[in-house]
Design a protein around this ligand. Structure first.
Ligand SMILES: Nc1ncnc2c1ncn2[C@@H]1O[C@H](COP(=O)(O)OP(=O)(O)OP(=O)(O)O)[C@@H](O)[C@H]1O
Length: 222
């Protein structure tokens, strides 16, 4: 589903953020991506979303060679990928419902289908009763759940998260991780960047570790 082959990424200022990265994440697999600050975690996620392009090597996502992907095909790739950010990037002047509906409105989906999809997504994250709240009325953990509902509302086969629990305490972090596990259990391929090694250890999933842009561990958590 996600395949990196000899991938290098050098930014325009000459900084080599990724060096010879090789790994494959099979369809339906779940893994964590860890490493020190500046190790290249966000860069790797950006290559998957085609927000950045590899300088050398090949990134393949669900059969698409990203280096050969024309600009007009990028939206097609992005629809396959749900993304959760640390700061969840919600619109604070809109309801929970509107925030989750946004990707479907952008896609031009029929409003009747939108309502069904939004409620199904909110139900999965346990927030159905709060659809008319604005994010400001929610706790940090609940806000992150809205971010997750928005990421999965169009049923992408891939879910990426960049430090999704960075602002949460250990108990809430564990709950959010259980949600990712539930999506993975129904077949979604999940890759989560995090530097919380305790949490990763408790999850017991495959761990990829980056050190200065190179993969230095791929396997059970250390
Ligand atoms: N657009 C850019 N131009 C130049 N250098 C960049 C750019 N984006 C990132 N970098 C550099 O590339 C390296 C990897 O950055 P990246 O954001 O991928 O690391 P990270 O592992 O996600 O770090 P953190 O945990 O702090 O978010 C860093 O040294 C960073 O300064």
């Amino acid at each position: 589903m996600i395949q990196f082959t000899n991938v290098f990424k050098r930014y325009e200022n000459g900084h080599e953020a990724l060096q010879n990265v090789n790994f494959t994440l099979q369809e339906g697999e779940m893994a964590f991506l860890t490493g020190h600050s500046g190790a290249g975690k966000s860069t790797l996620l950006k290559l998957i979303m085609r927000m950045e392009v590899a300088t050398r090597g090949q990134v393949m996502i669900d059969g698409l060679h990203l280096s050969q992907l024309g600009k007009r095909h990028i939206p097609f790739l992005r629809r396959k990928i749900g993304v959760v950010f640390q700061d969840h990037q919600l619109l604070f002047d809109r309801s929970v419902y509107d925030n989750v509906a946004l990707p479907l409105i952008i896609e031009g989906m029929d409003p009747k289908d939108i309502a069904k999809r939004v409620r199904a997504a909110l139900d999965k994250v346990g927030l159905l009763s709060k659809e008319q709240f604005t994010p400001i009325m929610l706790s940090g953990g609940e806000q992150q759940r809205v971010g997750i509902a928005r990421a999965v509302v169009n049923k992408p086969p891939i879910l990426l998260a960049d430090e999704p629990t960075g602002n949460l305490d250990p108990k809430l972090s564990a709950e959010i991780m259980q949600l990712f596990r539930q999506f993975n259990a129904v077949g979604v391929t999940v890759l989560i960047a995090s530097h919380d090694l305790n949490l990763i250890g408790r999850m017991g999933q495959r761990m990829l570790a980056l050190t200065e842009g190179s993969i230095t561990h791929d396997g059970a958590p250390r």
